[in-house]
Design a protein around this ligand. Structure first.
Ligand SMILES: *[C@@H]1O[C@H](CO)[C@@H](O)[C@H](O)[C@H]1NC(C)=O
Ligand SMILES: *[C@@H]1O[C@H](CO)[C@@H](O)[C@H](O)[C@H]1NC(C)=O
Ligand SMILES: *[C@@H]1O[C@H](CO)[C@@H](O)[C@H](O)[C@H]1NC(C)=O
Ligand SMILES: *[C@@H]1O[C@H](CO)[C@@H](O)[C@H](O)[C@H]1NC(C)=O
Length: 421
């Protein structure tokens, strides 16, 4: 793949960040530049004005610079590095009690796959157990649409990060370069039918594509455009494959057939959003954690989903054909894992999980509020009943609040582990 371009784009990203975060600094330079103008200090003038000029030109150009995705190798994720990644031998489906909790985790946070609720488990566990997080300088993305690159993180801490659970675009070689060898790779998938619908509502994509709201039921739809064009180059058809680092428009069916077993080898657990609670139990087993460790709140007051016409369903499947293959492949594996875990064991674990969940919910949540944000879908917030209880805070605050909180603490206790920009 095109490494220099990724580097450049990450550099450009730093520059945009400077624009927003260090505006103050730049302005001060600007003032001092005009100050020295009268003292005929041409050397200083060249040293300050010229770089400032070049800087402005760059800023102006940023919107026009795109990441060259055509040169991104759809087979870029290769298994070769995997040979050197030692995998821990964990109990999987066996009845024996586990002895050592896993705390090195990479979680690929797929878009609109209930991944925020799973991410919350890792954020809470990592914070309460003093684990080191891989975090961006600001916000909640480490790359995307550019694939993850180790340069997004702080070099002295490569191999020391315990938990990587923020949004990124998967790139195994680069992830493995920053995570310890014993890291478990985890992700979650969702039925593309529901994912696509939810994505359209959340980002109001009908507006982005200039389509009427009922476009899926009209005689003709712009399939090629829907598959090729992504909102802010991030969000669109076959989103799960895109998040996994591939370029879905360049994938053939045969390629996918070889990619799927590779992904199965890379990921120790692929959860399924429609089977959320069972996913949590398999996660608990894989990580050797307690029930309280895997508590996360889902929204009770979920608004009703409109039902899709058979034609609309067919079309969503057609548009997201690659994700559909991905999903059904891993759904089969998931079913196998649940069977291996034991049907009765699963049943009794689910009951325990739900009772612990209800307990924590009544301890921590006073109420839920639904605000109808900029798009057609809702943003739910939990109102914390016990703001003085750290676990309750970690369970109920918004994703950005929790990440900002963790980042502040981590900068204090592990200076340099989070880049400045
Ligand atoms: C992993 O564990 C299983 C059962 O616990 C055992 O049969 C197998 O030999 C182990 N594999 C390695 C590589 O240690
Ligand atoms: C979404 O886009 C449509 C135009 O397609 C617009 O009429 C509507 O107001 C938008 N909805 C929201 C919540 O912004
Ligand atoms: C909880 O929130 C809902 C809607 O946000 C509101 O109608 C209801 O009165 C609230 N309940 C309490 C006990 O505050
Ligand atoms: C937070 O609340 C839980 C449940 O009531 C309790 O077990 C825990 O000790 C509390 N933690 C703190 C730090 O107060």
């Amino acid at each position: 793949m095109n490494r220099p371009f990724v580097k450049l784009s990450s550099k450009l990203q730093s520059i945009t960040n400077i624009k927003y975060q260090r505006h103050h600094h730049v302005t001060i330079d600007g003032i001092s530049a005009s100050h020295y103008h009268s003292s005929s200090d041409t050397f200083r003038l060249g040293k300050i004005i010229l770089p400032l000029l070049m800087f402005s030109v760059l800023l102006y150009l940023i919107p026009y610079i795109r990441i060259d995705k055509s040169s991104y190798d759809p087979n870029g994720i290769n298994n070769d590095q995997l040979i050197n990644i030692k995998r821990p031998n964990l109990s999987n489906g066996q009845q024996q009690p586990c002895d050592k909790p896993v705390s090195n985790i990479f979680f690929l946070k797929t878009h609109k796959c209930a991944s925020s609720a799973i991410q919350r488990i890792f954020l809470k566990y990592g914070y309460l157990n003093q684990k080191l997080f891989a975090l961006p300088a600001s916000g909640n993305y480490l790359g995307h649409p550019e694939p993850f690159d180790r340069s997004f993180l702080s070099e002295p801490f490569y191999g020391k990060y315990n938990i990587f659970a923020v949004h990124t675009r998967f790139n195994l070689g680069q992830v493995a370069a920053v995570m310890p060898p014993s890291t478990l790779y985890i992700t979650i998938l969702r039925n593309p039918l529901f994912l696509y619908e939810s994505m359209f509502g959340y980002w109001n994509l009908t507006k982005f594509y200039h389509l009427p709201r009922n476009f899926l039921d009209l005689p003709a739809i712009p399939i090629e455009q829907l598959q090729r064009v992504r909102w802010i180059q991030k969000i669109g058809a076959n989103q799960m494959f895109f998040d996994l680092g591939y370029e879905p428009t360049q994938l053939t069916s045969d390629q996918i057939d070889t990619i799927l077993p590779k992904l199965d080898q890379i990921f120790d657990l692929v959860m399924i959003a429609e089977r959320f609670d069972e996913s949590l139990i398999l996660l608990k087993d894989k990580l050797c954690w307690s029930f309280d460790d895997i508590i996360t709140f889902k929204i009770n007051a979920r608004p009703q989903r409109k039902s899709l016409s058979p034609l609309a369903e067919e079309r969503i499947k057609m548009i997201n054909w690659a994700d559909l293959k991905l999903y059904s492949y891993f759904l089969t594996i998931f079913d196998r894992k649940v069977k291996a875990y034991g049907i009765n064991r699963m049943k009794s674990d689910l009951a325990q999980l739900r009772s612990r969940e209800a307990l924590w919910y009544s301890e921590c949540v006073y109420n839920e509020t639904i605000s109808w944000g900029k798009s057609t879908s809702s943003v739910v917030k939990f109102i914390n009943r016990k703001p003085s209880n750290l676990t309750c805070v970690l369970l109920t605050a918004t994703e950005l609040e929790v990440i900002n909180f963790i980042r502040r603490k981590q900068r204090k206790f592990h200076p340099g582990s989070v880049r400045r920009w």
